[in-house]
Design a protein around this ligand. Structure first.
Ligand code: PEP
Ligand code: MN
Length: 295
């Protein structure tokens, strides 16, 4: 048998084996690359630094009435960015999947009326253009934290990106996912701790509170916490939100619904606008003791 496989194989069409980006001297997310905190400015709303920025809104956009009523409520209570999902990553294919383009249009209407920046999730590269038209911040969800082609393409849009920690990802893996976006020349990355999967079942996930000081030590990027997905029950959300501020987070992303009991998605973990306003009052009292200022 002839083991010389090199014979008669045509050359050409060779694969480029070099990585797309040369490795920097220090990871772009690291304090070595940048010692000072990154502060992201979204039309005057700052995320990072001394300010504490609260993002709030429903899990999903359901109707104009639901969206505007919730938006007015959270805005009046002090939320500085409005959230609402148009493309939803649901565990079951038979659950509500999000309102798509119509939902994006309604989010844009909220932005026009209240002048509040909008964050919404992009699940697929094919929706990037449409989502960029309506969103001021792109949300990349926990399930897509290691969807590297999405990270690269979303990074190239130049839009600020809130990257949620994969529920099975270590802090190192999470930071490397952020690096994918930074390596595309997009410095506007907000990290979001939203709970990880553990053996505990009393809560939907386990909020990794220690990840906050660890991330603040290892990266200059702002860190926000999602207490809603972390625990899955609205009655525990205020405690986790306050713990996040005490642990050094730069802000929160909280689910709020005008009628949590009828929400199409994540009603159990959604605060009513009144409950949200009470939480904001508590955070406003806590902030000075922690040398923070509610944005
Ligand atoms: C959400 O924010 O509604 C969401 C789906 O979050 P996560 O990706 O953290 O599950
Ligand atoms: Mn949700």
């Amino acid at each position: 048998m002839n083991n010389d496989t090199s014979c008669n194989i045509p050359s050409g069409c060779e694969i480029d084996l070099s990585p797309a980006h040369a490795k920097p001297a220090a990871m772009l997310y690291s304090r070595k690359a940048q010692a000072t905190d990154t502060i992201i400015d979204i039309n005057g709303v700052k995320i990072g630094g001394r300010g504490f920025a609260v993002i709030a809104g429903p899990c999903s956009v359901e109707s104009r009435q639901q969206l505007f009523a919730t938006a007015y409520g959270v805005h009046a209570a002090g939320a500085v960015v409005f959230r609402g999902g148009a493309f939803k990553p649901r565990t079951s294919p038979y659950s509500f999947q999000g309102g798509g383009q119509k939902a994006l249009d309604l989010l844009k209407d909220v932005n026009r009326e209240l002048h509040i920046p909008i964050i919404t999730e992009v699940m697929d590269t094919e929706d990037l253009e449409a989502v960029c038209q309506s969103a001021d911040i792109l949300q990349i969800g926990s399930r897509n934290c290691q969807n590297f082609s999405l990270l690269k393409k979303a990074g190239r849009t130049g839009k600020p990106i809130l990257l949620k920690r994969g529920y099975m990802n270590t802090v190192d893996e999470f930071l490397l996912s952020a690096e994918y976006i930074l390596a595309e020349g997009n410095p506007n990355v907000i990290l979001c701790e939203r709970g990880i999967r553990t053996f505990e079942t009393s809560t939907r996930n386990t909020l990794d509170i220690a990840a906050i000081p660890v991330l603040k030590d290892r990266t200059h990027l702002p860190v926000v916490v999602d207490p809603s997905h972390a625990c899955g029950h609205s009655q525990y959300v205020p405690a986790l939100a306050k713990a996040a501020m005490a642990a050094g987070a730069d802000g929160l992303i909280v689910e709020v619904h005008i009628h949590p009991e009828t929400a199409l998605c994540d009603g159990e973990q959604s605060l009513s606008p009144n409950q949200f306003a009470e939480l904001m009052d508590d955070l406003r009292i806590m902030a000075p003791a922690l040398n923070r200022k509610l944005a």
